[in-house]
Design a protein around this ligand. Structure first.
Ligand code: FUB
Length: 345
């Protein structure tokens, strides 16, 4: 597939349909001299752009064969938030997401960044339109930590919203093995370390219910369980082809919740299925094989709404010739079989 956006490097695409259009909330990758390391320091992004598309020309049937030729027309709405706009943030605006809040009639951008102490937190910023601009809160969302926020607004009467987050290694999730408060943060786990060993379960992504205005957590932080289909037990920490690493996403189809994620150092997009927004989810397979580049990160969205056509937004490093921190957003259609399993790779 050709990249959707070729005038900037973009990654970690969170796509949503607002007012009949697709909006993409990606990271904005940039050149840096910072050396590649397992802490992800080279992902040194400092602003966000928002992009929109009126339609998705099917990349399979369109004549598009190279970047910029014949693919869907994408509008760049420009810079919508910068690090220097965010009072609590010091650096590294990583993978964002956004949601519409019916209670306030506002659009809310969720984003991770390091705070002044170098700890990753999740911030919120609000705007009047899906394309922003977004005004950040003075402080990060209380009770949050780590990276990669993703929001599911459920289709119940209250439009209950759930925030998923977390990421291992540079994302610091492994530093919260004792609990979810600042007092539980264990700096001795910082760096490329994670739980391991016979019988040790993988760390789960974190999730919580959001308040009606989407600006605070309305429930305690919960560790999401991903069960191994074969054993019925939580996926093992040493099972790097199945364990959660980062890039949480949750979408709902026909009453089932599909929780998808990156497996990190095995470079897969995996998914698990459950009956409730906070899980448990049972591992069900892979969505995407490894792409060119170390990271993989995505979103899944139905477009047009209620069409049962589903699209995987993802990224790879083809446009930069394989530079891990210079990625480009792509899209392709995905399909389900009669049992609701995603026909993956
Ligand atoms: O873009 C920076 C980080 O790389 C994201 O937060 C991760 O999910 C990975 O894609």
């Amino acid at each position: 597939m050709p990249p959707l956006i070729t005038h900037l490097y973009t990654a970690d695409p969170s796509a949503h349909v607002f007012n009949g259009k697709i909006y993409i909330y990606p990271s904005h990758d940039r050149e840096t001299d910072i050396k590649f390391n397992d802490n992800g320091d080279q992902y040194d992004m400092n602003d966000y752009h928002v992009f929109s598309l009126d339609s998705l020309v099917d990349p399979v049937t369109s004549s598009a064969s190279k970047p910029g030729a014949g693919g869907p027309k994408v509008t760049d709405h420009g810079v919508v938030l910068r690090t220097e706009d965010v009072p609590w943030a010091s650096k590294q605006l990583w993978a964002p997401d956004a949601a519409y809040c019916a209670t306030t009639d506002k659009y809310v951008l969720f984003f991770p960044a390091r705070d002044q102490q170098g700890i990753f937190r999740i911030g919120v910023a609000t705007g009047d339109a899906p394309e922003g601009p977004f005004v950040p809160e003075e402080n990060y969302l209380p009770g949050t930590f780590s990276i990669d926020p993703a929001v599911l607004v459920d289709d119940d009467a209250d439009k209950t919203a759930y925030l998923y987050f977390g990421g291992l290694w540079g994302g610091q999730l492994q530093c919260y093995q004792k609990g979810h408060t600042d007092a539980d943060y264990d700096a001795s786990w910082a760096g490329a370390k994670e739980p391991s060993g016979p019988g040790v379960p993988a760390m789960g992504p974190r999730a919580a219910r959001l308040s009606a205005d989407l600006k605070t957590l309305a429930s305690p932080v919960h560790e999401v369980t991903i069960l191994d289909l074969a054993t019925g037990e939580p996926v093992a920490a040493d099972d790097h082809e199945k364990r959660f690493f980062e890039a949480a996403w949750c979408h709902k189809r026909r009453g089932k919740y599909y929780f998808s994620y990156s497996t990190g150092d095995t470079h897969l997009l995996a998914y698990a299925v459950g009956d409730a927004p906070l899980g448990p989810f049972t591992y069900a397979g892979t969505l995407l094989a490894p792409v060119l580049g170390w990271t993989t990160h995505h979103s899944v969205v139905e477009f047009p709404v209620r069409s049962d056509r589903w699209w995987l937004f993802y990224h790879d490093c083809e446009l930069s010739g394989g530079v891990d921190h210079l990625r480009s957003v792509k899209v392709k259609e995905i399909f389900y079989d009669g049992k609701g399993r995603i026909i993956g790779e």
